[in-house]
Write a protein that binds this ligand. Structure first.
Ligand SMILES: Nc1ncnc2c1ncn2[C@@H]1O[C@H](COP(=O)(O)OP(=O)(O)OP(=O)(O)O)[C@@H](O)[C@H]1O
Length: 249
């Protein structure tokens, strides 16, 4: 699947900009003072100790949480459409839906929630299942999938969504190295197509190897920019100290 029809051509407008943004829950603000931009076509990792507020920030960027302070500015129109890959813990794996239907849900924006898939979209579902190596599991209920197979199915759904901005919360949690290779190839393909990708990740070696940009978070941004510069020993030490993490990296 090489379509990148929704991807905007290079433009000065960032895909997403944050201005002094703070996000939290009824229990209190979790992450604050976030200012900066995710440029269109950028590939960014959000990293930080457990409890640093990475998932909370991602939900704020997505629009699932309103900022407690500041603003999130998303690119208007189709170029600002976002696809979301949730953290495994946020998913109801008991929901009675087949792998095929989960992946086909990615086409809802084009065909509508009650529209039947036809022609092109049927082909796209098949291609997406093939791209992630799940053709043999098509009619399984999602509860029957392993953790890695579930991530593959969620990536296939993203292929269908064809969104210019992709947000992923720990896409490689509990995933073996072979599956990481398959899913990283898709991320590289999306990056080459000019999509904007933001992923919460824990594996710093993987981030150093594949993600040009990094936001290091410890309730506040510690650093945001070129990955090699951001992931310096000093910055990582500061992040650990700021979050008082029991263990990280
Ligand atoms: N739904 C929620 N309701 C209330 N508090 C929440 C909720 N989700 C997260 N929090 C709180 O926000 C804080 C940051 O959590 P968050 O999940 O954003 O961190 P994280 O950096 O993604 O952590 P991890 O690396 O462990 O996944 C934690 O103290 C957590 O308890």
């Amino acid at each position: 699947m090489s379509s990148a029809s929704n991807v905007a051509s290079a433009a000065a407008v960032p895909a997403i900009a944050l201005e002094e943004a703070a996000f939290g829950w009824p229990t209190g603000i979790v992450t604050r003072d976030v200012s900066g931009a995710f440029e269109q076509g950028s590939l960014t990792a959000i990293v930080g100790p457990n409890g640093a507020g990475k998932s909370t920030l991602l939900k704020g960027i997505m629009g699932m949480l309103k900022p407690a302070h500041g603003r999130v500015v998303r690119c208007p129109g189709p170029a600002g459409e976002i696809a979301w890959l949730p953290q495994a813990a946020d998913l109801d794996r008991q929901f009675p839906i087949t792998v095929y239907d989960l992946v086909a849900m990615g086409a809802w924006r084009q065909v509508g929630p009650w529209g039947a898939l036809r022609g092109r979209h049927l082909r796209l579902v098949d291609e997406a299942l093939q791209a992630v190596g799940l053709t043999r599991c098509t009619h399984w209920l999602i509860e029957a999938l392993s953790g890695g197979q579930m991530q593959r199915a969620l990536f296939a759904r993203m292929l269908l969504q064809d969104a210019p901005v992709l947000l992923m919360d720990e896409p490689f949690a509990a995933v073996d190295s072979e599956t990481i290779d398959v899913l990283m190839a898709l991320i590289r393909q999306w990056h080459n197509q000019g999509r904007t990708i933001i992923a919460v990740l824990h594996d710093l070696d993987l981030v150093r190897e594949h993600f040009p940009r990094t936001l290091l978070l410890a309730r506040r941004p510690i650093a945001w920019g070129d990955t090699a510069t951001v992931l310096s020993d000093d910055n990582l030490r500061l992040a650990r100290k700021s979050c008082d993490a029991a263990f990280w990296g």
